[in-house]
Design a binder for this molecule. Structure first.
Ligand SMILES: Cc1ncc(C[n+]2csc(CCOP(=O)(O)OP(=O)(O)O)c2C)c(N)n1
Ligand SMILES: [Mg+2]
Length: 678
């Protein structure tokens, strides 16, 4: 290829060339190249007519990588692809009719019309999904490889990504993680010379992406991505290495996209015309394989017939897809979340545990109960976590399932997503919830979206848990209460237990749930008090609030550490003759609105208290809910208590001032009881 520099080849060259393919096999490859090209060309036509909407990213010019790489895989192996992913899906066996139906937004599409071009997955063919987030597949593929390793399935994953994606932090984190754990994955970079308009030389400090493999101690090489046979044979070497347990490889396949970045873009020229011309003529993978076949005496007629077969398939796919139904509106809600398990609640018994012990026991029992459960996180293994939540779990369940991870939150969460997609049920521990900023894409764009975008049939069983909140003078980056970030997002479950009993039962529910669960612990609660916790495993149902104290004069809705604060205030208020009902929602999403509304309809007054900032907080949500659903029952405005709008200060006295206390609750209750309507 024209823009390909020589780089050291780290993969054993002698083993690289498989037996010369038979002519029949070459003909299959030739037809597959055409199937992809025709799919893309027809998609472009449909886009121009306004029939394919949104956008799509044509892979014309890059077909050889898809065909060659997927030919090196076994049917049970997996791939993760990206925005320019139609070719990979086709090469891995996805049904072109269902793919086309998805592009047309039809019910029969792979995502039932909810995902679109950038989110096609065919799980039955090992296609774990394309992605609209550049680089995400690198981490998701790492997770699929982790699942293959833990479950000993023998599967190998190829993660396809572009040269632009190689500059995402996730590339480096995932490469290191996969190398460290010797995961069965091939990182296959499709270097088409540009990330949107920016040339590789303007985006990468080293000329070839493959050079970066050396930094992670894995083989890396640059190959001609427009030679389908070279791609197949070189990928086969990397796949064999992965399958043998020797770990990942990085292959950089040089190629060129013929068209613009996407069908929608209409950019000013940013590539030299000669370069484009070369790619479309001498560089063309189809022309090159056609020449190989011609050298083997395959005539032009036969080549034309293979091309025609591809064309016929795609035309038929369009016809069937166009005749299919549009998705119905009622498919929307069902696609967002999987149903939750019901309660299993034995007698509470006499035994008392601290919150941290309850968390540990839930994880211990779930790890013992289900071999698909794994625990991943920083320092969770050898030392049992910074707060001791996983103490002893690595000894009991082994290093394979309780894994100390490098400090790579982005890779950990994306790997958890990939692992959840392929059979594991990961629990991810965040050392402090503040660090979730490094996980936001994995949580919000991947975990929360995949079920929906893939049409509602995909389980995403993963738990992200860890401590939040203030009270131990750790300052502004280790003390935040961030629950509303997650409670805002459809597709996530958000749990926030306030006592040991709920902590154990809700964590068991979280691990068994098929949705991504954000499980918030409060570091002040870990060892502040004990409560009765059954030894048997049990489930506190997701979406059910707890009435922690009954009362008839006012409802106090409190979360996490504020539940104890509210209960203490309620005891003092009782002395004044005010009986407060204290409700702990426990689940912030889905919220048990009925329990809250029933209480407010009874008491006619409500105070909401949480540690998180008041502005745009959970209290605003509850207040609005009551206004919408129970306004006529109110005798006073709903009061909200939360932290004032400053980051958590380090100074002990100032920190104490920031966090709502019982006096704040009492004052608000008095205001609500004294004021209001006659
Ligand atoms: C995280 C993220 N940043 C930016 C974008 C917008 N975007 C979509 S594709 C693309 C270029 C990606 O380049 P590359 O990885 O080389 O893939 P190519 O398009 O060349 O196939 C950009 C900037 C995005 N979708 N996600
Ligand atoms: Mg690119």
């Amino acid at each position: 290829m024209k823009h390909m520099n020589a780089v050291p080849t780290l993969i054993d060259a002698a083993a690289s060339r498989s037996d010369p393919a038979t002519t029949a096999v070459l003909e299959t490859r030739y037809r597959d190249l055409w199937r992809i090209r025709r799919f893309e060309e027809r998609t472009m036509e449909l886009f121009k007519k306004g029939i394919v909407k949104g956008t799509a990213h044509s892979c014309v010019g890059q077909e050889a990588i898809a065909v060659g790489a997927c030919a090196a895989l076994a049917p049970g192996d997996t791939i993760v692809t990206h925005h320019r992913g139609h070719g990979h899906c086709i090469a891995k066996g996805a049904d072109t009719t269902r793919m086309m139906a998805e592009l047309l937004g039809r019910e029969t599409g792979y995502g039932h019309g909810l995902g679109g071009s950038m989110h096609i997955a065919a799980l039955d063919r090992g296609v774990l999904g394309a992605n609209g987030i550049v680089g995400a597949g690198i981490g998701i593929g790492t997770g699929a490889a982790l699942a293959a390793q833990v479950l000993e399935s023998g599967q190998v994953c190829i993660a396809f990504f572009g040269d632009g994606a190689a500059n995402e932090g996730l590339f480096h984190e995932a490469m290191n993680l996969a190398a460290l754990w010797r995961l069965p994955i091939v990182f296959l970079c499709e270097n088409n010379g540009y990330g949107l308009s920016l040339g590789v030389a303007e985006a990468s400090a080293v000329p070839q992406i493959s050079q970066r493999a050396a930094a992670y101690g894995i083989p890396g090489e640059t190959i001609d991505g427009n030679d389908v046979l070279a791609v197949e044979s070189r990928t086969a070497v990397a796949v064999a290495r992965a399958r043998a347990g020797e770990g990942p490889s990085l292959i950089e396949a040089m190629t060129y996209r013929w068209g613009d970045h996407s069908m929608r873009t209409n950019l000013p020229r940013y590539r030299p015309e000669a370069e484009e011309q070369y790619a479309r003529t001498e560089g063309d993978a189809i022309r090159r394989l056609g020449q190989v076949l011609a050298d083997r005496q395959v005539g032009q007629e036969r080549l034309a017939a293979l091309q025609m077969e591809a064309d016929d398939e795609i035309l038929a796919a369009i016809e069937v897809a166009q005749a299919a139904q549009e998705p119905a509106e009622d498919s929307l809600a069902a696609a967002v979340s999987s149903p939750h398990a019901g309660a299993i609640e034995p007698e509470r018994g006499e035994r008392r545990l601290f919150y941290v012990e309850a968390i540990r026991e839930a994880m211990d029992q779930e790890l013992a109960r289900d071999s698909r459960v794994v625990l991943l996180g920083e320092d969770v293994g050898k030392i049992g976590g910074l707060f001791g939540c996983s103490k002893g779990l690595q000894e009991r369940h082994g290093r394979n399932r309780v894994r100390d991870t490098p400090i790579s939150e982005n890779a950990i969460i994306n790997a958890a997503v990939g692992a959840a997609l392929t059979g594991l049920r990961p629990i991810v521990e965040l050392q402090f919830f503040d660090f979730v900023t490094h996980m936001m894409d994995g949580i919000v764009n991947q975990a929360a979206k995949l079920r929906f975008m893939l049409g509602g049939a995909v389980p995403m069983p993963l738990v992200v848990r860890g401590p939040q909140g203030g009270g131990i003078r750790l300052g502004a980056q280790h003390s935040q209460s961030l629950e509303v970030w997650f409670a805002h997002i459809p597709g996530l479950v958000v749990l926030a237990p306030s006592d040991p009993y709920d902590a154990k039962g809700l964590l068991a529910a979280a691990v068994r749930d098929d949705n991504p669960v954000i499980f918030l612990e409060h570091k002040l609660l870990y060892v502040n008090s004990q409560s009765a916790v059954p030894e048997a495993n049990y489930i506190v149902p997701i979406g059910k609030a707890a009435i922690k104290r009954s009362g008839s004069d006012i409802t106090i809705v409190a979360t996490m550490a504020m539940v104890d604060v509210a209960l203490s205030a309620a005891r003092d208020l009782a002395a004044e003759g005010i009986e407060a009902e204290v409700i702990d929602p426990r689940t912030l999403r889905p919220l048990d609105t009925e329990t809250i509304l029933a209480s407010v309809r009874k008491t006619s007054r409500c105070v909401v208290v949480h540690e998180a900032w008041k502005t745009y907080g959970f209290g605003a949500e509850i207040s609005a809910l009551i206004m919408e659903e129970a306004f006529d029952y109110l005798d006073a405005p709903v009061e909200r208590i939360g932290m004032r709008g400053v980051p958590m200060p380090y100074n002990a006295e100032l920190e104490r001032l920031m966090i709502p206390n019982a006096q704040d609750v009492i004052a608000a209750v008095r205001r609500a009881c004294e004021g209001g309507r006659p």
